[in-house]
Design a protein around this ligand. Structure first.
Ligand SMILES: *[C@@H]1O[C@H](CO)[C@@H](O)[C@H](O)[C@H]1NC(C)=O
Ligand SMILES: *[C@@H]1O[C@H](CO)[C@@H](O)[C@H](O)[C@H]1NC(C)=O
Ligand SMILES: *[C@@H]1O[C@H](CO)[C@@H](O)[C@H](O)[C@H]1NC(C)=O
Length: 847
């Protein structure tokens, strides 16, 4: 959205006197961009030293092949240019930075809805990972289902036999509880009796000695029978029964086999029962926990931590194993890093990257493919509105596939494709398509069958790229491919067809597409003598409507084109864009049965085979559909759709719905549009206000950024439509509701972000992200001068001295408060470490 606003900002930047100023304008200018979240990006602060600025956008490079110690401990300094270079490079560096930011800002326009890491996506990786047999030494973990089945049957018969022997149940007797519970109760009674007898005949000192317990085993059950019993309890997921079995076994004087202890730990880890697992470690282990047991210990902590909380206790345990010289296996690190990323906070994210580097330094220099995939995937989804980090992702990709020759999986391909596609830069989007081609072409077997098939995830990743660069031709081609695909499920039966996410991306691609300026101008280009040569020359810059980028003759396009209105050539005007999206939307309504169409003949449905039947109506789908209208139709038409669309399908409007409508009004063109804009905006505002009052947007809290976007758009609309007095009133109300003083208090810094250098510690030794680089997710809403520049212009024109000074004062106040917040965050000491060392909780079994 906001192309005009962005144009203004771009002009502003170009005319800015120095690169330094330009940099700060660009930072603030890219609307609702990272500026507000970045500590180092406060206006009029001395710019960070060039070596700090250097990697602001890309993040620190990962250069593992150099000594990780010097890299990590020397901190960021080592990542920038050498001191001698700094002065001469400073200018060009800043210019580069400004340019990068401008690019980021302009891609944001097309990135209407860059979804961050969704829970679903994360779980995909996470579950895949946990499903891997963590460590091969545990055979049970690897045995196929049949073996497990066989084992279960064996166990049952063993227990039946033991019951016959011990309890000798009357065949006619009513059996009230399952066999193994009665067996347990019986053994408990026997062992207790025997113990009582022994205790009576000994001194208490004797009874405590291990010699006593080992000397006379109470042979009620054999070890094998106990093992069967335990497996049955574990299969039941009955923690108390499993624990009771172990206790009885110990009390009977048996040495407990380690694989049985491990099996019990698996049960506890799944249940996230930290107490039980730590008790087991302390009581039943004879050696230091092996790799898999350490993994289970860490997993229990992870499972017991709520999803959106930083797993602090897990990190403690992880680091404690390191200090004891037995780091947890790599799978444990991958799980912890995954859960840090799923916290969706910038802090946790920074911690995840630090933990990755740290792991390579202290424990596992060579990540495995799932971990590489996870890190590459993370490059695709920096939180909030920052673009992805394709360079970093490609570094990791090269390291994995070239340096270490690890064969990539389909998931790894999807991750790197997404990281490149989400960058929004044409170069990397092309790289994403190249990688997709490589994925399908480079791994063919002898019969030429590709090892990989593009999944919906692959297609969605590519669509993310196409929509960001306004490449409608490719987006249409991908949709055609998906429609042509006969398979509607993947190998494991999950649906793979067109869904709501696909259609959201497709609508975004229509929204960000710029049709050639004028069709007749394009035609006239074929006449060299045309007097319209000038115009024709311009049209060369417009996207050339070619379909073929990768495969030259996609088979799918025909299927797609059988709908009469779809041609191979993308729409040539705004009206054609609207027409085409309307057809797609109607198709969705038709296939999902939401609406009957008299003009879509039933035979038409068989063409496409109801390919759109899985598209669910969601707020974000409707928002994306509406965004096409904002871009390509008149404000009136868009308004009508805004008014009717959501009610028609019973879908609630979200904060985004309101903000995008307001932002569309804020770029109303002179003339007719500006007469509609204020009334439309007022309607939207009423709906927005009720959202703002609840402070929630569906499940999530409203972010400070979206709140300020709404207000800034409203102030702009009022200023543009000569409601200057109301605009000032609005600004005052905003400042009263979100006073600058709210900004001053930065959230406390957790102990795990301590920057004190330590060689032995409960936290990463290698810190890749400095305090200044961790974005602040919790900056309250604020308004900066650029946001209200139009209002300022109008006030100057009216010569309203009092209002002008108020406006300057309030913007300055926000700016100072933001700077104070940043300074405080940088200086802030982390909270003190927890006092008890975690070692105390991992009781070493040798004690
Ligand atoms: C778990 O095992 C105990 C002891 O055998 C038994 O009393 C209890 O009912 C079991 N719980 C469940 C949920 O099966
Ligand atoms: C964890 O296991 C213990 C037995 O060791 C049990 O008493 C406790 O209730 C369990 N806690 C949870 C949260 O399940
Ligand atoms: C395209 O440009 C030509 C010449 O500039 C003009 O006559 C014609 O009306 C334009 N067509 C549209 C659809 O704007």
């Amino acid at each position: 959205m906001l192309p005009l606003a962005l144009l203004d900002l771009t002009l502003l930047r170009l005319s800015a006197p120095t690169p330094v100023q330009a940099a700060s304008c660009a930072l603030k200018g890219s609307p609702w961009a990272s500026a507000r979240r970045m500590h180092q990006a406060s206006l009029a602060t001395p710019p960070p030293p060039p070596h700090l600025a250097y990697n602001y956008k890309n993040g620190p490079a990962i250069a593992e092949k150099e000594s990780p110690i010097s890299l990590g401990l020397a901190g960021l300094g080592s990542l920038g240019p050498r001191p001698g270079q700094i002065i001469s490079d400073a200018r060009s560096e800043l210019e580069r930075r400004v340019k990068a930011l401008e690019e980021a800002a302009s891609t944001e326009m097309s990135a209407l809805d860059p979804p961050s890491y969704t829970e679903e996506e994360l779980m995909f990786i996470y579950e895949d990972l946990l499903a891997l047999p963590p460590v091969s030494e545990v055979e049970n973990k690897l045995s196929p289902t049949e073996l497990a089945q066989q084992q279960a049957e064996e166990d049952t018969s063993v227990i039946k036999a033991a019951e016959q022997r011990l309890l000798a149940p009357d065949p006619g007797e009513e059996i009230s509880s399952p066999t193994h519970h009665r067996l347990l109760a019986h053994i408990n009674a026997v062992v207790t009796r025997v113990e009582a007898v022994r205790k009576a005949s000994m001194t208490s000192a004797d009874a405590e000695s291990p010699a006593f317990q080992n000397s006379l085993p109470v042979t009620v059950l054999s070890t094998a029978e106990f093992e069967s019993l335990l497996r049955v309890c574990i299969r039941d997921s009955n923690i108390s029964a499993a624990e009771m079995t172990l206790t009885l076994m110990k009390r009977s004087g048996f040495v407990i086999p380690q694989n049985i202890v491990t099996n019990t730990m698996e049960l506890y880890a799944r249940a996230g029962n930290v107490t039980a697992i730590e008790k087991t470690l302390a009581t039943y282990l004879t050696d230091f926990p092996n790799e898999y047991q350490r993994y289970l210990h860490i997993k229990s902590h992870l499972v017991s931590t709520p999803a959106d909380v930083i797993p602090a206790s897990t990190l403690d345990v992880l680091h404690s194993y390191e200090t004891q010289g037995h780091p947890a296996p790599i799978q444990a690190y991958t799980s912890v890093i995954t859960s840090l990323f799923s916290c969706k906070s910038s802090l946790a994210r920074a911690q995840a990257w630090d933990l990755f580097s740290h792991m390579r330094y202290v424990a596992h220099p060579d990540p495995d493919v799932p971990l590489y995939t996870l890190m590459i995937r993370a490059c695709a989804s920096p939180l909030g509105t920052r673009p992805s980090e394709p360079e970093k992702a490609l570094d990791l990709w090269t390291e994995m596939t070239v340096d270490r020759r690890l064969p990539p999986t389909a998931g790894a391909y999807d991750a790197i494709i997404l990281a490149c596609a989400r960058s929004g830069s044409t170069m990397y989007v092309n790289e994403a398509f190249r990688l997709a081609k490589q994925m399908l072409d480079a791994h063919r077997d002898a019969r030429g069958e590709s090892a990989f098939r593009p999944s919906r995830r692959t297609f969605c990743a590519l669509l993310e790229g196409a929509k960001r660069v306004g490449d409608l031709a490719r987006a249409r081609w991908i949709l055609a491919q998906m429609i042509a695909e006969q398979r509607t499920t993947d190998d494991t039966g999950n649906p793979e067809g067109v869904n709501e996410e696909v259609m959201m991306h497709v609508f975004h691609a229509y929204a960000s597409y710029r049709p050639p300026l004028n069709r007749s101008a394009v035609r006239s280009a074929t006449h060299p003598s045309s007097s319209l040569g000038q115009v024709a020359g311009q049209s060369v810059d417009a996207p050339t409507p070619t379909v073929s980028h990768e495969p030259t003759h996609p088979s799918g396009i025909e299927a797609y084109d059988r709908t009469p209105t779809f041609t191979q050539v993308p729409p040539q005007s705004g009206a054609e864009v609207i027409h085409e999206t309307q057809i797609l939307f109607d198709r969705i309504l038709h296939d999902t049965g939401l609406k009957k169409f008299s003009d879509i003949p039933d035979s038409g449905a068989t063409f496409l085979d109801e390919k759109f039947k899985d598209v669910e109506m969601t707020p974000r789908l409707l928002n994306s559909y509406l965004s096409v209208y904002y871009r390509h139709s008149s404000l009136e038409t868009a308004r009508t759709l805004y008014q009717t669309l959501f009610e028609e399908y019973g879908i609630p409007r979200t904060a985004r719905t309101c903000v995008e409508a307001l932002e569309r009004c804020a770029i109303a063109r002179r003339g007719h549009e500006r007469t509609i804009a204020p009334t439309f905006a007022d309607e939207v505002w009423t709906q927005w206000q009720s959202l703002e009052e609840t402070g929630r947007d569906g499940e999530r809290l409203l972010s400070g950024r979206i709140i300020e976007r709404a207000h800034i758009a409203m102030i702009r609309i009022l200023s543009l439509t000569n409601n200057v007095a109301r605009a000032v009133q609005h600004l005052r109300a905003f400042a009263a509701k979100y006073p600058p003083s709210d900004l001053r208090n930065a959230p406390p810094k957790p102990a795990l972000r301590s920057t004190r250098t330590a060689l032995v510690g409960e936290r990463p030794l290698v810190r890749m992200t400095s305090a200044a680089e961790v974005p602040d997710d919790h900056v309250p809403p604020l308004i900066m001068f650029d946001d209200v520049e139009i209002l300022h212009h109008r006030l100057v024109a009216q010569n309203s001295v009092k209002e002008i000074s108020y406006l300057s004062y309030i913007c300055k106040a926000y700016e100072c408060a933001l700077r104070a917040r940043r300074d405080a965050a940088l200086k802030m000491k982390p909270e003190t470490m927890r006092t008890h060392p975690p070692e105390a909780r991992i009781s070493s079994p040798s004690e």
